[in-house]
Design a binder for this molecule. Structure first.
Ligand code: FAD
Length: 375
């Protein structure tokens, strides 16, 4: 038995979840990340029950429950009148129904939790992939720092502008939605006792804002917007936004929103992009995972969840597979994942999740450890 050696490109949520899932079945993995260090991004992240199934399997449930907020629901309200459009109930009710909790986290806490599941010495920072070279047995990876490595199998978990994706299927830019996300995390003490609720999406005509606490004691709060802003398209997690511009953009919204925006010290902003579903994710011994193959708008809060699900399914497809079985296993992984993520991309793009009565079972009721694999 000769198990394949695996190189994962990208140490985001998807790459780390893949590393942990593949190590769980005894495979040898190395992760290559372009960043020189991990930074704690000021952002929140919703962890759907479906993602929690996978994270539980990686041993992270207790840690995440201890560090995150457990919401009663995701409440959807009209931005002007405050009318409740749909209260998507979570808490114990959804946990009983879907078999795992719905949690609201600081993005940095989820990333750190995932990083804690793999030995630090398998994550190689300051390794920006520049190119892939097919070899008789596997692939050679070329990095900007001059290093090259070889692996039997390459997983491209390198995000929306994936170099691996470009190498396999050609380079093209993602689709800009015309919307910008402003976001920030700040201490709840700045709200002077005001209760922003458990998780609320305020729906306006052409814009919205989502807000929730990210700590169990509600000590830190987060919001993220989607709004038109012509002329801004710098894709970066670190670009700063102007708080006054943000407040103006939501001037007509409910007083609760004004309160949260008034307390906000600073913001970051980034354009929202997605892609049409990609029909192919794998070519020979190379496969894509996460935003590299199915970037989506954040309107269902499922992008990272899909990357995390991918990781579990990839490991199941590779379980017990020898080197000469890699191509078939990756094709099976693609067939098992593509329909679900394509549906998620297109449903998310419509931005109607939770605006009215919504069937949530197909999203949160999925357990990647037990879901049927494609033939
Ligand atoms: P990324 O997180 O983009 O990670 C890719 C990694 O690869 C990065 O570390 C990058 O530095 C590295 N990399 C890139 N190129 C190279 C290279 N050439 N060589 C080496 N390394 C490279 N999802 C949810 O599930 N819930 C939410 O609540 C949620 N909210 C969101 C809110 C906003 C505003 C946005 C924009 C997205 C949100 N998402 C959410 C989606 C989620 O952030 C993404 O789907 C998720 O981060 C994808 O993970 P990934 O690992 O595939 O890619």
């Amino acid at each position: 038995m000769k198990p394949p050696t695996i190189a994962i490109v990208g140490a985001g949520m998807g790459g780390l979840a893949a590393a942990a899932s593949l190590r769980r079945i005894g495979l040898e993995v190395a992760v290559y990340e372009q960043a020189r260090q991990f930074t704690r991004l000021g952002a929140g992240i919703q962890i759907g029950c479906n993602a929690m199934h996978v994270l539980r399997g990686l041993g992270l449930e207790a840690l995440l429950r201890a560090e995150t907020f457990y919401p009663r629901s995701w409440n959807n309200r009209d931005a002007r009148t405050g009318e409740v459009l749909f209260d998507m109930v979570f808490g114990p009710q959804a946990e009983a129904k879907y078999g795992a909790p719905y949690l609201l986290a600081h993005r940095g806490d989820l990333h750190a939790a995932l990083a804690s599941t793999v030995p630090p010495d398998i994550v190689h920072l300051d390794h920006r992939l520049e190119g892939l070279e097919p070899r008789r047995d596997g692939t050679r990876l070329h990095f900007a720092n001059g290093r090259t490595v070889e692996a039997d199998l390459v997983v491209g978990a390198d995000g929306v502008n994936s170099v691996v994706r470009a190498a396999l299927f050609g380079a093209d830019a993602p689709r800009f939605t015309g919307r910008i996300a402003y976001r920030t995390v700040y201490p709840a003490a700045r709200l002077d006792g005001f209760d922003m609720g458990d998780c609320t999406k305020w729906w306006g005509e052409d814009r919205h804002i989502v807000m929730y606490p990210v700590k169990p004691d509600r000590s830190e709060v987060y919001f993220v917007t989607s709004q038109p802003e012509p002329g801004f398209d710098l894709e970066s997690w670190s670009a700063r936004g102007d708080v006054a511009t943000l407040r103006d953009a939501f001037a007509g919204f409910h007083p609760d929103v004004q309160r949260v925006l008034a307390a906000c010290p600073d913001v970051h902003k980034r354009p929202l992009v997605d892609r049409d579903p990609l029909p192919r994710w794998a070519e020979g011994p190379i496969a894509l995972l996460g935003d590299a193959c199915h970037p989506m708008t954040p309107y269902m809060a499922q992008g990272a969840a899909m990357a995390i699900e991918d990781a579990a399914i990839l490991s199941r497809c590779l379980d017990g597979v020898e080197r000469d079985g890699v191509t078939a296993a990756l094709a099976r992984y693609e067939r098992s994942r593509q329909p679900r993520t394509a549906r998620m991309q297109l449903t998310s793009r419509a931005n109607a999740w939770g605006k009215g009565v919504t069937d949530t079972d197909w999203v949160y009721g999925y357990d990647a450890w037990t879901a049927p694999l494609a033939d």
